[in-house]
Ligand binder design. Structure first.
Ligand code: NAD
Length: 488
């Protein structure tokens, strides 16, 4: 096998970009290693720069008129074909993404990768069933038309790279836009497999492109190109700000799905077992989940009981190889990220916070970090106010509903929140008062793809999901015809 196609867990993966329907290599590469075993180099991946960004955007521009001119029904045929191919390749994609990103293979196989196929089907259906809003006023017939916006840049993070990329590319393509996707440099391989499927689904060249490389190189070149008509980003608030500045320079609409520091509120009237079971899930994917409720905020009368049961539930976690179905906690993605998580815990200890359990690496020769619970010395503590993006939760208490709401709203984030209570009216009051894009009551991660998704504060700008995404990837046009205008 040439260096351009490598074997990853027995699956052949192309390490080159996919531009204008063909594989293109760069003179330089970046190394991609496996979090399961850092000594294992998976690939030397083509490292794009300004030239590759220019080529991919030029291809997307050239392909745009014909793709935009197709009816939604015609585009649906391509998107369905791609969805079917994803379904047929779930095992292969899961194998590669597990090695590349570290996420549990079983979860990828049973849940996460299939969601990519559902994204393409759901948006193909939504676009095909769109009914233009029409009404009469002031002696005019008014119609709102959704026009494809143009070449779109999608930039995605390293956690759940396949699912998150499809979540953004599917509505962009369904709306009639052409796409240049840049996956994160720590886990680019599953998006390369996606391009094999795009090719197999016979997409016209240039409609769906991937360029690989570093954010500050090819990423920055893509988002600052004035020919781009939409930018969709998922990642950290710091990068979101940078991309926002680039988008503003060219007056390009952008959405940003950013970090989270979700509150996980447990009232004394809650089903404690259910709350504990869900709280233990906050360590899943080694805590590398933006939507996780990482701040446990528990009513003081049940704090001890909750903590006792939560400690037992956490002890059931198994840290290990993500390919083993018995493993429940994977390693962190990268030694730099492990060092970042460790740094948070060390600073917390230095600031006088109390480590209830965990707080250490599992062993020196791996990237596992033990599930950690910290009682902060104050709500202003660094560990409460900043996203760790690792298996580190905090525990705080409250004595009134208002105090729970105040604590929930006391960080600059606003992505998600979880509320556990058996009283519906309380859930409704608290849910309405909490500033967050998504609220789960007695539940977690249930998603209807037609619902809006996004964050407030430093958790993001704009909403994707359902028609909200299709509107973002479109130029809405108000079309007005004076009453009495006749044919011929
Ligand atoms: P990151 O911001 O470091 O990188 C995200 C992407 O941006 C990568 O592809 C990177 O190469 C690219 N990038 C970096 N600098 C760039 C620049 N100047 N111009 C253009 N692109 C650039 O984020 P990460 O570490 O990969 O991901 C973790 C973060 O993502 C966490 O904060 C997490 O909460 C967040 N996240 C949010 C959601 C959500 O839906 N809100 C989902 C998943 C992850």
């Amino acid at each position: 096998m040439s260096a351009q196609r490598v074997s990853v867990g027995g699956i052949e993966v192309d390490t080159r970009h996919f531009i204008n329907g063909v594989r293109v290599s760069s003179p330089t590469t970046f190394e991609d290693r496996s979090p399961l075993d850092w000594s294992l180099k998976l690939a030397d991946v083509s490292r794009g720069g300004a030239g590759e960004a220019d080529a991919a955007i030029s291809a997307a521009i050239a392909a745009f008129p014909a793709w935009a001119a197709l009816s939604s029904d015609e585009r649906q045929i391509y998107l369905y074909r791609l969805a079917d191919l994803i379904d047929a390749n779930v095992e292969r994609i899961a194998t590669v993404e597990c090695l590349d990103m570290g996420m549990l293979e079983e979860s990828l196989r049973l849940r996460v990768i299939g969601r990519g196929a559902r994204n393409f089907r759901a948006y193909a259906d939504l676009a095909a069933n769109y009914h233009a809003r029409q009404w009469d006023s002031n002696t005019t017939h008014n119609t709102v038309l959704r026009m494809p916006a143009g070449p779109t840049v999608v930039i995605t993070p390293w956690n759940a790279p396949f699912m998150l990329s499809t979540w953004k590319c599917a509505p962009a393509l369904a709306a009639g836009n052409t796409v240049v996707l840049k996956p994160a440099e720590w886990s680019p391989l599953s998006c390369s497999l996606l391009m094999d499927l795009v090719s197999e689904a016979d997409f016209p060249p240039g409609v769906f492109n991937v360029v690989q490389g570093l954010g500050e190189e090819v990423g920055a070149a893509l988002v600052s190109d004035p020919r781009v008509r939409r930018i969709s980003f998922t990642g950290s608030p710091e990068t979101g700000r940078r991309i926002g500045v680039a988008a503003a320079k060219n007056l390009v609409p952008f959405t940003a799905e950013l970090g989270g520091k979700g509150p996980f509120i447990v009232f004394a009237d809650a089903d404690l077992d259910a709350a504990v079971e869900k709280a233990a899930l906050m360590y899943d994917d080694a805590g590398q989940v933006c939507l996780a409720g990482t701040r446990l905020i528990v009513e003081d009368s049940v704090r001890d009981e909750f903590l006792a049961r939560f400690t037992v539930a956490t002890e059931r976690h198994v840290l290990g190889d993500s390919r083993d179905p018995k493993t429940t906690i994977s390693p962190l993605i990268h030694p730099d990220h492990l060092a970042r998580v460790e740094g948070f815990v060390e600073r917390a200890i230095g600031a006088g916070d109390h480590v209830v359990f965990g707080g250490t690496r599992l062993r020196d020769d791996g990237l596992w970090f033990t599930p950690t619970l910290i009682e902060p010395h104050s709500n202003d503590a660094d560990i409460v106010q900043h996203e760790v993006f690792g298996p580190v939760l905090t525990l705080q208490t409250f004595s009134s509903e208002q105090e729970a709401v105040d604590l929930a709203n006391s960080t600059p984030y606003g992505l998600s929140a979880l509320i556990f209570t058996s009283v519906r009216e309380r859930a409704d009051r608290v849910g309405e008062a909490i500033r967050a894009g998504t609220i789960w009551v007695n539940s977690f991660l249930i998603r209807d793809l037609t619902a809006p998704f996004g964050g407030t504060g430093v958790s993001g700008i704009g909403r994707e999901g359902g028609d909200y995404a299709l509107d973002f990837y479109s130029d809405l046009k108000t079309y007005q015809v004076k009453e009495g205008t006749t044919n011929g």
